[in-house]
Design a protein. Structure first.
Length: 119
C-alpha cells in the first residue's frame, strides 16, 4: 500500500474538487497502452503468460519479455512509445503516474478482452 505525503494528499483533494475525469480520454489512453503491450505479447507468444500475471509492473513485464526472447531494443522502444499516453493519463486524471498505473492495472484484463474482440 502506498503512503502519500501531505502534499500529495492535498493535490489529490484539490484535483478531485476541480477535475472531473474524462473517462473516454482516460480509457483511450489506457487502451493504447494495453494494446501496445498486448501486441508485443502476441508477437512473442506471451499472451497467456501476460494474462496470468498477478501484478503488472515494468520489472515484471521486463522479466516476461526476457523470458520470451524479446530484444531489449524492442522492449525499450515499446516503453518509450507509451510515454505520450502516460502524459495523457496524468493530464486527464490529474493524478500522479503511480496512481494512473494502479487504475490501468485494475482494468488491464478488461481492455485486453475488449481489444481482442475488436481485432
Amino acid at each position: 500500500m502506498r503512503i502519500y505525503t501531505p502534499e500529495e494528499r492535498q493535490r489529490m483533494d484539490d484535483t478531485a474538487a476541480v477535475n472531473v475525469v474524462d473517462t473516454t480520454k482516460r480509457d483511450d489512453a489506457e487502451k493504447a497502452i494495453v494494446g501496445a503491450i498486448a501486441a508485443l505479447a502476441r508477437k512473442y507468444d506471451a499472451m497467456d503468460a501476460l494474462l496470468a500475471l498477478e501484478d503488472i509492473t515494468i520489472p515484471i513485464l521486463t522479466a516476461l519479455a526476457n523470458e520470451k526472447g524479446v530484444p531489449e531494443t524492442e522492449f525499450g522502444a515499446l516503453i518509450t512509445s507509451l510515454t505520450p499516453y502516460k502524459w495523457q493519463l496524468e493530464a486527464v486524471t490529474g493524478l500522479i503516474w503511480s496512481d494512473c498505473w494502479d487504475g490501468l492495472k485494475s482494468r488491464f484484463k478488461k481492455w485486453i478482452q475488449e481489444l481482442s474482440q475488436v481485432a
